[in-house]
Design a protein around this ligand. Structure first.
Ligand code: BGC
Length: 808
């Protein structure tokens, strides 16, 4: 990765390409769409989670003077590292500058000047090597006397703690990363001892250890996340109450890292066993270890108080409807997020004590005002997957008999029962087929909940292993080829105009054209796209372009558009999800789509949809949550926002890409049940609700098979079960392999058989601009890649190109 990531290279672009409109740089390099800054600011502010507010210290009273400590006030982490954060924003608001321009509060000027001078003398490294970015910055030393001297000028202090992590850069279980440094502890000790009131602001993309928020004498704690280019102004909005605090946690914060069920099963070099099975995050803690939770999933305070009235749940034709009246009982305006959970009977499968089934956010309610929300969900959507056959229905989603308790609250812990839906006898919700199960030689014990006399018991049982033959499954479903016609002069524009159908166009293509559609233009920063792009696909060769197949430009995502030009820097994925406001996320991405059009991106490599399995995963900041429903809804909102005017979103990384350590080689060993209920579920919601036009596979293996070769996940599940009709692309660069079931196939042929359509950026070696010949070498040989498969993949890609009506 290093060579390409040292900076976004800017290739020479010919005037010919510019004239063709492929390279669309606005002359005003810093242009962003109207309303983008305000919407980023709003989203970043709505995502800030108020964890503590003793005595109602926040919002700070007008005209207060705040003594701001911590060098991050200036060197603010606005986003995490790597492709998911590497955009060049037109500006970034740090906290100090945002406070300085506030007309509500003042900053203690001498202290601020001292930090400014010290930061200038001790700058952070400007361009660290790829993957070696700082997880935190050294703190400015201040003696107890110096702190006390500042406290003599104002009673109110604010301490900012900053952290970052990213791609190929896990968060580490050490001071300066997951834990505070000694210097930070000393600062907190001195400030809380000297000042009457202290606010802590945590600027991070990952959950970090927050036990210290209860150890020091802090009045208020804001978990501000990384808010993108508007970070500082968003924090000030919440501090001053211009935007009332209302964000909610999207992952559980445990007392200690060791309490997470994944501890000891994360970061493995060669593989990780997902021993916790479906008990990820709150599903684990609420079932087995509620006492280990510091701040529960869904939690977040507000500046006012709310009363919830949920008279009951009605159940009709499988739909459960839960009306909830929310009344603002406090003295300030605010919003509340109502969350509906289900507690399913353990039955034979064993179930988590809570399962998020629906959520909704109120509008801003004035004191005394009420709003009735109607939350609804399909009971089928809380079914469990029987991958072991214990219910007699192997490979099916089932609702076991018993009472399904419906709980309503404003976080997972406080949710209270408001009704029960009875399922008189076991019901099979969906019969599926076994996919991607654990290999027999990799069996391990997984956690299972069982009803005991005094509550839930934890058991460990061997995970079910694979029993189906992939070879038979593939062979039975090989597509029929179209008879080749040779070039009839039909163009893709003829298809777009309704004068020819796609298959007539497709039947004209020769081997080389079919091959060219199944890969990108070999390199990042393709000359076929705007400078700084991630690669181009579609019309990668002249003969395809002559037939009207234009090249589509891909760009990272998700924090903005990663190009050489300036583009908006959005709040990180976790911040956006913490708003629990899909409408706002959709609006924001609609603006981003305008920016894509103006700056020449056709496919945004976003949203990042992996589950936050463990707080140390470096890319958690790009992802939304530990919960698949929230992940799926946020992903769908992102896709709906982006996919205007033919632009495409590309949810990633499909699937179980839950760590950065040895990310291109390690194997996520996980039961089919956990895959289907947790790791695939968010993607499923996104695909079925928002129909993304592309999707990206993951680097890692899933039960022994790399994401970019995974026929079960891509053909059987994504396309077969969920009806995905778009193009599937690889994550950037592939691992070489021979298909174990069809030894005639290797590399690109193995991939195309799985319907992973496009190898991105296209080359097999980062230093060359060519393929390795692997796609066509087995063509028409026994067990080799077939014409039908080549055409099927080409069709998937052409459909994507057709959906983008921009001029070639
Ligand atoms: C990342 C992807 C990214 C791609 C292109 C990969 O290293 O894992 O998320 O979209 O690079 O930059």
């Amino acid at each position: 990765m290093i060579e390409r990531e040292a900076g976004i290279g800017v290739a020479a672009h010919s005037t010919d390409q510019l004239a063709q409109g492929r390279v669309q740089l606005r002359s005003d390099d810093r242009w962003i769409p109207d309303g983008m800054g305000e919407t980023c600011r709003r989203a970043a502010a709505e995502g800030i989670v108020l964890l503590k507010n003793d005595g109602g210290l926040l919002p700070v009273a007008g005209s207060a003077t705040i003594a701001v400590f911590g060098r991050v006030q200036q060197d603010y982490f606005t986003v995490g590292y790597g492709s998911g954060g590497d955009v060049r924003p037109p500006y970034r608001w740090n906290l100090l500058d945002a406070l300085r321009v506030s007309d509500v509060v003042e900053v203690d000027a001498p202290l601020a000047e001292r930090y400014t001078a010290w930061c200038a003398e001790n700058p952070v490294e400007a361009e660290p090597e790829w993957g070696t970015w700082p997880r935190s910055h050294p703190e400015m030393p201040l003696s107890a006397d110096e702190v006390t001297a500042v406290a003599a000028r104002t009673p109110l202090a604010l301490v900012v703690i900053g952290r970052s992590a990213g791609e190929a850069r896990e968060q580490a279980l050490e001071p300066g990363s997951f834990h505070l440094t000694d210097d930070e502890r000393t600062l907190l000790e001195r400030v809380t001892a000297a000042f009457e009131h202290t606010i802590a602001v945590v600027d991070t993309g990952n959950v970090i250890d927050l036990a210290w928020t209860q150890e020091y004498d802090l009045d208020a704690v804001l978990l501000a996340w990384q808010g993108g280019m508007e970070s500082g102004r968003a924090v000030v909005d919440v501090l001053t109450g211009a935007v009332p605090a209302g964000g909610k946690l999207t992952a559980t914060i445990a007392e200690r890292y060791e309490h997470y069920p994944t501890a000891g099963h994360f970061g493995g070099h060669e593989h990780n066993e997902y021993v916790e099975d479906v008990y990820v995050g709150y599903r684990y803690f609420e079932t087995f270890a509620p006492e280990r939770v510091l701040y529960p999933f869904g939690f977040g305070l507000s500046y006012t108080s709310f009363d919830l009235r949920a008279p009951g749940a009605t159940h009709d034709a499988g739909r459960v409807v839960v009306p909830v009246e929310v009344t603002n009982t406090g003295a300030r305006s605010g919003t509340e997020v109502v969350q509906v959970y289900v507690r399913a009977p353990h039955g034979l499968l064993g179930r988590p004590a809570r399962h998020l089934a629906a959520f909704a956010k109120t509008r801003s309610l004035a004191p005394g005002e009420s709003q009735t929300l109607e939350l609804a969900f399909d009971l089928d959507d809380v079914a469990a997957y029987d991958d072991a056959g214990v219910t007699g229905h192997r490979s099916a989603f089932v609702l076991e008999a018993g009472g399904y308790e419906v709980l309503v609250g404003t976080d997972v812990r406080s949710a209270r029962a408001c009704g029960t839906v009875e399922v008189p006898e076991l019901r099979v919700v969906r019969r599926l087929s076994e996919v991607a199960a654990v290999r027999p030689e990799h069996v391990f014990d997984r956690l299972v909940a069982r009803a005991g006399d005094d509550g839930t018991l934890a058991e460990h049982r061997p995970v079910p292993v694979a029993t189906v033959s992939r070879r038979d499954r593939v062979t039975a479903n090989l597509p029929k080829p179209l008879d080749r016609t040779g070039d009839l002069g039909i163009t893709l524009d003829d298809v777009a105009g309704g004068h020819a159908n796609l298959d007539t166009f497709l039947a004209q293509l020769d081997d080389d054209e079919l091959e060219a559609l199944s890969r990108g233009d070999y390199v990042m920063d393709s000359a076929l796209g705007a400078p700084g792009n991630a690669g181009a696909l579609g019309g990668t060769v002249a003969s395809l372009r002559a037939k009207g197949v234009r090249a589509l430009t891909t760009t990272d995502g998700p924090a903005g558009i990663r190009l050489a030009t300036h583009t908006s820097l959005l709040p990180c994925g976790t911040a956006l999800a913490s708003t629990w406001n899909p409408d706002l996320v959709e609006r924001l991405n609609t603006l981003l789509a305008q920016e894509m059009e103006a700056k020449g991106s056709d496919v945004l490599l976003a949203p990042g949809m992996n589950i936050q399995r463990d707080p140390l995963c470096g890319r958690n900041f790009e992802y939304f949550s530990e919960d698949p429903l929230l992940t799926g809804r946020m992903g769908a909102a992102t896709v709906r926002g982006i996919q205007h005017a033919g632009l495409a979103a590309c949810p990633k990384h499909f699937a179980a890409n839950n760590q950065e350590t040895n990310r291109e080689h390690h194997d996520s060993r996980v039961s089919e049940r956990a895959l289907r209920e947790i790791y695939l579920r968010g993607f499923e919601i996104c695909v079925t609700e928002a129909a993304p036009r592309t999707i990206m596979t993951s680097y890692n293996k899933i039960n022994g098979t790399w994401g970019h070769y995974h026929h079960d996940l891509v053909t059987t599940v994504l396309r077969g079960e969920w009806g995905f009709t778009g193009a599937v692309m690889t994550d950037w660069w592939l691992r070489e392999a021979t298909d174990p079931d069809f030894p005639a196939l290797r590399n690109d042929a193995y991939r195309v058989r799985a319907q992973v359509d496009v190898n991105m950026p296209g080359a097999w070696d980062r230093d060359v601009q060519s393929g390795d010949g692997s796609l066509l070498e087995s063509f028409a040989r026994p067990d080799g890649i077939t014409l039908g498969e080549l055409q099927r993949t080409a069709r998937n890609v052409l459909r994507l190109v057709l959906s983008n009506p921009r001029p070639a």
